[in-house]
Design a protein around this ligand. Structure first.
Ligand SMILES: [Zn+2]
Length: 340
């Protein structure tokens, strides 16, 4: 969690505050929403994994009901149905939750430029209702696009499915080891619960032999890959919301790549944050921003860049008097505002 609340997270907030200037309120609110979604998402997905493994552990414990408490091969067949069912329901739940978090993150990413646009239109006395409709459409479309995107040929749901299957493999591996070592079913059930709750390390303390045998066949944390996937998708969704909102905002000039301060080694993010496109360091013209995030666990942030509020309200007022005096706003009016 230190990446959300530690020193470098505070520094990132300061960078966002500095670069957003008169719009800091919107930038910091959007960042706060991002952090809240991340926390909620981590907790929810982790708890889904723990719950289904507890259910399987309960089935394992139930095997002792007929008096034989040692794990046997025939138990595998009995348990397989429960394992397959629990993994299928885990997959469905994680998939649904990921889609929800993507939608929420797009909305959070949009919120900065949305807030700025509403404020500026209000101040200039222009009806914002068409923009409310427009932002809603952008929101829905961006969430669908992020969910549908493929990485290495796999869609979001393919990648979630793959992680669910890996969890199934780890669970089966622990059960099989129980059989090989002739363990008591209650002990195997406990191993599963400990693994789900606290990871492989805690198993190592209680069952050193079992751990030696398991080696690298099960991951340290059964939900790690699922959490990482959800975070990456959520960050991409936040970025996509930011990018799409800038495209429909009349006052936007570009998007700034704000480098995360927790960067132990120079990577592609430094390149993106330092690129010069004539709008200032790391600021990209609308439509020319790089793919975001460029790598999993990237903590950089995309920040909309808008014209100064006072100047822009003046421009809006001038445009209302004489549309030809502000050709860019007139273009936005025809293509975005009126078309909404
Ligand atoms: Zn980064």
């Amino acid at each position: 969690m230190s990446d959300l609340f530690g020193q470098s997270a505070r520094e990132l907030v300061e960078r966002l505050r500095y670069h957003s200037g008169p719009y800091a309120k919107y930038a910091l609110e959007a960042r706060k929403k991002y952090v809240e979604i991340r926390l909620k998402q981590d907790k929810k997905i982790k708890s889904m994994y723990i719950r289904i493994i507890k259910n399987i552990a309960k089935e394992v414990r139930g095997l002792a009901a007929n008096g034989d408490s040692e794990m046997k091969i025939r138990h595998l067949v009995e348990l397989e149905k429960a394992v397959a069912q629990e993994i299928a329901s885990l997959n469905g739940e994680v998939d649904e939750a990921t889609a929800e978090f993507i939608a929420e993150a797009v909305e959070a990413g949009l919120s900065y430029s949305q807030g700025v646009t509403y404020k500026l239109l209000d101040e200039a006395g222009i009806d914002k209702a068409p923009m409310i409709r427009r932002f809603h459409k952008v929101n829905v479309r961006a969430a669908e696009a992020v969910y549908a995107r493929t990485i290495n040929g796999l869609s979001t749901s393919d990648r979630i499915w793959r992680n669910s299957q890996k969890a199934g493999t780890s669970i089966r591996t622990i059960i099989q080891e129980g059989i090989v070592m002739g363990k008591d079913v209650r002990e195997v059930a406990r191993s599963l619960e400990k693994y789900a709750q606290n990871g492989k390390q805690t198993l190592a303390r209680d069952y050193p032999n079992m751990m030696k045998r398991l080696g690298n066949r099960i991951p340290q944390d059964v939900s790690y890959e699922a959490l990482r996937l959800a975070r990456t998708e959520m960050t991409a969704a936040f970025g996509e919301g930011t990018i799409q909102s800038v495209r429909v905002s009349p006052s936007s000039k570009g998007i700034q790549w704000v480098l995360s301060p927790s960067h132990p080694v120079v990577d592609i993010c430094d390149t993106f944050a330092n690129a010069d496109h004539g709008l200032g360091r790391g600021v990209y013209p609308v439509g020319e921003e790089p793919m975001f995030p460029p790598h999993p666990n990237c903590l950089c942030s995309l920040l909309p860049v808008h014209e100064d509020p006072d100047d822009f309200v003046d421009k809006l007022k001038e445009w209302r008097e004489n549309p030809q005096s502000q050709p860019q706003i007139e273009e936005w009016y025809k293509e975005v505002y009126k078309a909404a």
